[in-house]
Every structure is written in C-alpha cells, then in structure tokens.
Design a protein around this ligand. Structure first.
Ligand SMILES: *Cc1c(COP(=O)(O)O)cnc(C)c1O
Length: 462
C-alpha cells in the first residue's frame, strides 16, 4: 500500500464513516457480549505475504462494526460520553496525515504553539483567572498522576526522584470517597501507597467535609506523618458529587499544601456561566484537570491540565538530555517536560477545529440541552411505578433503582440487551444503582426521553 492507495482508500473510509454515522440509531448501542466471538474470526498468525487492501477493508467491514459498542450513538447514556464532533474527526485526519511527533518545540513548532494558544482559549472559556497555563495529556489519569508526583517531590524537597522513597517521611494525600479510582492509581504508582491516601468523610451532599480534612491533616502532623497534597472532586464519576472547593482549598492552603482539582467530566460544563457556582473558588487550585474528550466534543484523547505555576511539575518530570536540546533557544517550551511520556501527538489541532466549528455558543447550547433533558427524563422515570430516583441530577447525571438490588441488576441487563439505549451501574451508599448521564454530542430530546419509554416497557413486562 502506497500513498496513492491511501488517497483512494481514505475516500472509501470517509464514505464508510458517513454511512456508519447515518445508521447509528439502527444499531444496538452496546456490542453483543459473547467472549471470543471477534478473536475467533482472525487468523492465529500474521501473514507472510502482503495482502490487498480490498481484502483487509472487506474483513474490517465484516468483523469490526458488529463487535463495537457505539460511543457516538445518540442514545449512549453509559459511563461518560467520549464525544467526537465531526470537526474534531476532520482535524484528527489532518494530524494523522502529517503524523508528527511533538515532543519538543523544534520537532514541530505548530504543535507546541497551537497547544499554548488553545490552553489559553480554554482558560478563558471556563472563566479561569489569568495566570493559569497548562498542557494536554492523553488522559485525566496521567494528569492526576503528574500532579501527585509533583506533590511527592514538593513534600520531599525534590529528593525522591533522586534518592528514592526509602528513608523519606511517610507522605499523606487527602481526597473524598467520591474521587475517581485514578487518584488511587496515582498514589500507588507514585510510591506513596494506597494506605496513605486518606479518604475524608463527606456530608449529606457527598461533599468533602472541610473540618474533617482539617482534623485529618492535624492528626497526621501530630503522628509525625507528612501531608503532601489535597485532591478535590468537581463532578465525581459515580453520582457527580462536588466537594466544597473554596472551603477545602482554604484548609489546604492554611497548611501550605498543593491542591489538584479533578473536573474530568464536569469541567466542560463550566463554559456555561450558570454552572460555575458548583466549583466556586477553583482559581485557588494549583492544578485542575478536565477532559474535552468527554463532554466538549473533542475526539479522544484530549485531557487538559491547568497549572497555576508549571515550575514544580517541570522540575519533577522534565529532563533535558543533550539529544533533546534545541541549539540557542532557552526560552522555548518543551511540553514533554510537563508530562510523563516523551512523545506527544498533535492534539491541539482538534481543539482548534472544534472550538471554531461550533463556537462557544454552539457548545454551550448542547450542554444546556443535556442538563435540561436529564432533569426531564429523571422526572419521567420517577413516575414509573417501582422506580426510585436514588440521586438527583447533578448537571446531567443521576441514578435510579428498583426496590431490591437483584431486580435492579436484572433490569439493567434487560435494558442493555434490548439495545435501544445503553446505561451502566454504580454503587451508591453500598447499593447497586443504575446511572444515567446525558451528554452525547448529537442526541435529541427524543433520544433522551427514550430512556423513560424503554424503562417503563421493561418494568411493566417483568
Ligand atoms: C473519566 C474520569 C477520569 C479518568 O479519565 P481518563 O481521561 O479516562 O483517565 C478521572 N476523573 C473523573 C472524575 C472522571 O470522570
């Protein structure tokens, strides 16, 4: 296959994509789950001889779509969305065509400079104060890991990277029980240890109690342990919980601790002024992560980390061996020094295309619709006999259940086997509940109200 073939087949792929998106509503949202069914259709060993693209493409069409869960389906209400606007898909095609590796400024100045401008566009879009800079990571998990590694280095006077962790004081990180498992992973990978992630108790709204945070920090100090940082939840994955950002930051700052805010999902909603009260005080954070690849419409992967001051993170993660130097240029930014991997894709291009193709007004209109329709379908579900709303909508996320757990689990299985909609579950206060989030880029009010229709039908048919 050469570049002439690529041209031909790219056009075929574009036609295929159009047909795929036009027929999504006719497909079951979740892939049929029979383990091994896809793998069995592939040969056990790679080919020795070259094969024609025609044959490869035919096998793609025959095998792959039937094994996919359709994330761009307008009735995908599971997990959180992974929206890919058509504009961001176009940008990805162009980035693929150039296939650049943007590890340092001189390996493609456009990759670094468009990223810097996009970070500032997003800062303004979310209403963050001037002074925040930032970078793009592959995932919120990596951004949070970077923040935790930086907390570790700051707490050990930048000695852990050099001397290792043995002999260092026992570090402590604080978060609420509503924070994402990526926080647990970060403390594990950073060598701080799961037992040193202190889960602070929450109030009736499932927000971290600032006085409990204060008490934990003081108890640890009295016991000779070393507090290293606080991680706050702004839109938790389970039920959408928000910590009281301003009050918790005040506690952290009184102890001189850095604060990282995880707004991976909810950050996108902050382009709408009316939701910003939910994270009031966020400008006091040192680090904030949000994923445009979730709700904003920017194709996976694209996770933004805003930093009040990049210096501690660059000191933690940055290395500049001679083969990565750019002769005569000290002032340039090399974004690999802000992140864990060296290599970096051109992710800023899809941000640029998406923000321009829809405008902030277009993106706000979608998010406002999702929040309004979520409230409407929650109300409709609450009218169905036997259905209990277990948590009220926070932005566009709520949960419901039937009277007993086994019935809820069975209902969820039937919903997803039915295929018209796709929902997933969580555990809330120990109980199995069904999650609903509204956020797919192209969904309509009718798509969302289909949730109530499917649930009513399946509950009545029990
Ligand atoms: C999705 C999510 C994450 C993890 O995001 P990745 O980009 O997949 O690593 C972390 N925190 C919250 C609150 C999330 O919703």
């Amino acid at each position: 296959m050469n570049h002439d073939d690529l041209n031909l087949w790219s056009k075929r792929a574009a036609d295929w994509a159009q047909e795929y998106h036009a027929t999504l509503r006719d497909r079951p949202v979740r892939a049929p789950l029979s383990v091994g069914a896809i793998a069995r259709q592939l040969p056990m060993s790679p080919p020795e001889a070259a094969e024609p693209v025609e044959a490869i493409f035919a096998d793609f069409e025959a095998i792959v779509p039937g094994g996919m869960t359709h994330w761009q389906h307008p009735r995908f209400f599971a997990y959180f969305p992974a929206n890919a606007s058509p504009a961001s898909m176009l940008a990805e095609q162009l980035a693929n065509a150039m296939a650049a590796q943007g590890m340092i400024w001189q390996t493609s100045p456009a990759v670094t400079e468009i990223e810097q401008v996009m970070i500032d566009w997003l800062r303004q879009s979310l209403g963050l104060t001037e002074g925040f800079v930032g970078t793009i990571h592959d995932s919120a998990t990596t951004a949070t890991l970077s923040a935790v590694l930086t907390m570790r280095e700051q707490a050990s006077a930048f000695e852990s990277n050099i001397k290792g962790l043995s002999g260092q004081a026992q570090l402590r990180i604080y978060a609420s029980a509503q924070t994402h498992s990526s926080v647990d992973k970060a403390v594990r990978v950073a060598g701080i240890g799961q037992d040193n992630l202190v889960k602070i108790t929450t109030d009736a709204a499932f927000s971290m109690r600032p006085e409990a945070l204060e008490a934990s920090i003081c108890a640890d100090l009295a016991a000779g342990l070393r507090p290293a940082g606080v991680i706050l939840c702004a839109g938790g994955t389970s039920i959408g919980a928000f910590d009281k950002i301003a009050a918790c930051i005040a506690v952290a700052k009184a102890h001189g601790l850095p604060v990282h805010v995880d707004a991976a999902w909810a950050g996108s909603a902050m382009i709408c002024h009316e939701f910003r009260d939910l994270w009031a005080g966020v400008e006091g954070a040192d680090s904030i992560v949000f994923n445009p690849h979730k709700w904003l419409g920017v194709q996976f992967d694209c996770a933004i980390q805003f930093l009040r001051d990049p210096a501690p993170q660059v000191k933690t993660l940055g290395l500049r061996p001679s083969y990565l130097e750019t002769a005569g240029r000290e002032e340039i930014v090399n974004f690999n020094e802000w992140t864990v991997p060296l290599g970096r894709r051109f992710r800023a291009l899809k941000l640029w295309f998406t923000l321009r193709a829809y405008g902030l007004e277009g993106l706000r209109a979608r998010i406002r619709n999702h929040v309004a329709w979520s409230a409407e379908v929650c109300e409709a579900l609450s009218m169905i006999p036997g259905v209990k709303i277990t948590t009220q909508p926070i932005l566009s996320l709520f949960t419901f259940a039937l009277a007993d757990e086994a019935a809820s689990e069975a209902l969820l299985t039937r919903i997803n086997d039915d295929g018209r909609i796709y929902l997933t579950q969580t555990r809330h206060e120990g109980a199995f509940v069904i999650r609903v989030q509204v956020g797919q880029f192209d969904c309509t009010r009718e798509d969302v109200m289909m949730i109530a229709q499917v649930v009513a039908e399946l509950v009545a048919a029990r």
